[in-house]
Design a binder for this molecule. Structure first.
Ligand code: GLP
Length: 245
């Protein structure tokens, strides 16, 4: 489907999940791919009945995938600020309903363990929303990454810091060197996974992720092992994927 239709379809899927299976938390992602998704979600929520809106607002609980380590409180480039501006405040949710790892914790490795444990206590993820990094990462699971990697603090690759430099004045060195991310272990334990990929720049890595045998060099390739993986892509990201079929 085309770009705007991707965002609308994904937003509708997230709302449907909250209405039909509110038992488990949502797993959420940040990044440019998700900006139109959350905008569509805010719009679509307002079209629902008052009772449905209330059910969604009251029952909302989500765990984000990841957060940079070391950005100051309220730094607009933090994923916490991204979620507050694009989802939590527009939907009228409490901050405790939209959870992320704390990138300001004095011991990020301990914070990663705490966050992973908090997710486990909540029952794990129901529907996990995922974007795709140009180097094949999901969340911030940088290559090489095995399918059992747990929630942890890790060092970001040069490729990822370059990919995300736009938000930091274009300077990859200004991008934090470390991040906390849910691991492939927690991601693959989700009941359902929704991978969203848009833009021609992602076509090659999407094809590798879905067509090559799963391997640590393409962390997203482990998603092939998940029994309930849905992939929503626009035409540009589809590229030559379906040629010859
Ligand atoms: C980022 C995030 C991921 C995101 C991915 C794609 O670095 N850690 O959660 O899904 O990379 O980002 P974008 O949508 O901006 O291309």
């Amino acid at each position: 489907v085309d770009g705007p239709a991707v965002a609308a379809a994904v937003a509708a899927r997230l709302l449907e999940e909250r209405l039909q299976r509110p038992r488990l938390p949502l797993g959420l992602a940040t990044g440019r791919t998700m900006e139109p998704v959350y905008a569509a979600l805010v719009e679509q929520l307002e079209q629902l009945s008052g009772a449905q809106q209330q059910a969604i607002r009251q029952g909302w609980l989500s765990f984000n995938l990841d957060e940079y380590v070391g950005l100051v409180l309220h730094d607009p480039r933090s994923f916490k600020a991204f979620m507050a501006a694009r989802l939590q405040r527009p939907l009228g949710l409490q901050p405790e309903q939209v959870l992320l790892p704390d990138g300001l914790a004095s011991d990020p490795q301990a914070e990663a363990r705490r966050y992973g444990a908090a997710l486990a206590v909540a029952g794990g993820v129901g529907l996990q929303l995922l974007g795709l990094g140009l180097n094949g990462h999901v969340g911030f699971n940088e290559p090489p990454c095995g399918a059992q990697a747990p929630c942890r603090c890790l060092t970001l690759s040069a490729a990822t810091r370059a990919q995300n430099a736009g938000a930091f004045g274009g300077d990859p060195k200004a991008v934090p060197a470390q991040a906390i991310t849910l691991g492939l272990a927690e991601i693959l334990a989700a009941e359902r996974i929704l991978l969203v990929v848009t833009g021609a720049s992602k076509a090659a890595i999407l094809k590798r992720a879905l067509q090559e045998p799963p391997c640590p060099e393409v962390p997203a390739s482990w998603l092939q092992h998940h029994p309930r993986l849905e992939v929503v892509v626009d035409r540009a990201a589809l590229g030559t994927f379906l040629q010859g079929r």
